[in-house]
Design a protein around this ligand. Structure first.
Ligand SMILES: CC(C)(COP(=O)(O)OP(=O)(O)OC[C@H]1O[C@@H](n2cnc3c(N)ncnc32)[C@H](O)[C@@H]1OP(=O)(O)O)[C@@H](O)C(=O)NCCC(=O)NCCS
Length: 169
């Protein structure tokens, strides 16, 4: 299974809306995304990614056989954390468990370490999100700890896990 990551295109909006219009995905992401997730929502997202600061936001479509199958983004933090970035990602349900997220994360991290001064990339999955924790481990991230009661999602208080990938000297 070989996937690629590439810059978003406005014509990806339809496909993106179909992928993300899924409660199983939205339930594992931060709040703020509408449900149902429409093509207009996708257009707005792609437009905001394409017009964002290129030194702070690194947003990619994940493709497989030239079809958009997911999304991955690396977002630079601010102030004393400016050499740190947060990773976020999802893959359309039809393509789960084929190794796509693992490969996309490896590619995105490689791109960031090769092309920016970011030296730490972290992700904070819900502790209950076993697939995401597993993906991060497979992609070379290290578990740094459990963030107890760190989030409220769907009215439930949840633990999260802090995973990080550090650029080698
Ligand atoms: C998490 C997610 C990105 C994984 O994408 P993916 O392309 O299926 O990931 P991969 O195929 O690379 O790896 C999935 C791994 O998780 C494992 N896995 C899947 N479901 C699991 C579960 N319920 N319990 C334990 N492991 C599980 C798979 O077996 C596989 O590990 P393996 O290769 O050792 O067998 C995808 O499920 C998704 O988009 N989920 C919803 C959004 C989300 O959680 N985003 C991350 C927010 S932090």
């Amino acid at each position: 299974m070989c996937c690629e990551i590439r810059q978003w295109r406005m014509e990806d909006a339809k496909k993106l809306s179909l992928l993300l219009n899924n409660k199983k995905i939205l339930d594992n992401l931060r709040d703020g995304l509408p449900y149902p997730y429409t093509e207009d929502d996708a257009k707005e997202y792609i437009h905001s990614m394409l017009s964002s600061d290129l030194n702070k936001v690194f947003a990619f479509a994940i493709t497989f056989n030239d079809e958009v199958v997911g999304s991955i983004g690396v977002f630079r933090c601010e102030n004393i954390h400016s050499n740190t970035a947060e990773l976020g990602y999802y893959v359309g349900e039809k393509h789960w468990n084929c190794g796509i997220a693992t490969q996309a994360i490896k590619k995105a991290c490689q791109y960031i370490f090769d092309n920016t001064d970011i030296i730490r990339i972290f992700a904070e999955p819900f502790a209950s999100n076993l697939a995401s924790c597993r993906v991060l481990e497979k992609a070379g991230f290290h578990l740094e700890g459990v963030l107890h009661k760190n989030a409220i999602k769907n009215n439930q208080v949840l633990d999260m896990k802090m995973y990080a990938f550090i650029k080698e000297e």
